[in-house]
Design a binder for this molecule. Sequence first.
Ligand code: HEM
Length: 209
Amino acid sequence: MAGNREYFNRKLHSLLGVIPVGLFLVQHLVVNHFATRGASAFNQASHFMESLPFRYALEIFIIFIPMLYHAIYGLYIAFQAQNNTGRYGFFRNWMFRLQRISGIILLIFIAWHVWETRIAAAFGAEVNYNMMADILSSPFMLIFYIVGVVSATFHLANGLWSFAVSWGITVTPRSQQIATYVTIAIFVVLTFIGIRAILAFINPDLAVL
Ligand code: HEM
């Protein structure tokens, strides 16, 4: 019985990491990337997201609750991690460890990021291009945001690899090898989009690479 519950919790944690949390991350990075087209393009894209019907219900049920569940259960998994040195090679062992480390970094980063944007907005601050430009003008915050975004893109891309294994999508060693290449490509593309957007807030010219 307890085993069944553990299995269900694991599966739910895994699924929520991709749908909806992973999808939300991709959507968020794409909206941020509008900053490369200038302040008004970014403001327009983010105001469009804010004006969606049922915004609060969407935020609570599609983002907040799934993220909270994934984060809390993720912390529990991270601290009872069993390393599979015997079963997997050196590379996969490191990916396994980095998945947990990036999860913990994400927890800190997301808590701070939500505090200074979404919670600040609830208290009347306007979340727009200028607000992000102001935050990222501090070198410390710039590094913090770069580390946070790279942790998120790594965590999602590497998580997709283990998701494919745990849901029986990649069973053979060959399909798992192909999944490694595909998820590395996803990591590179998402990181490029994420970093390019951050740079657009400090200097719009830097984004035109
Ligand atoms: C941007 C936010 C996040 C996204 C998109 C995300 C996505 C994912 C995905 C897709 C997986 C793979 C699921 C699987 O292996 O089947 C995963 C696994 C994991 N996540 Fe997250 N996650 C996020 C935030 C967090 C946070 C804040 C934590 C807190 C520590 C966390 C901890 C974990 C852990 C420990 C695993 C490994 C689970 C396992 O090996 O069974 N994640 N995540």
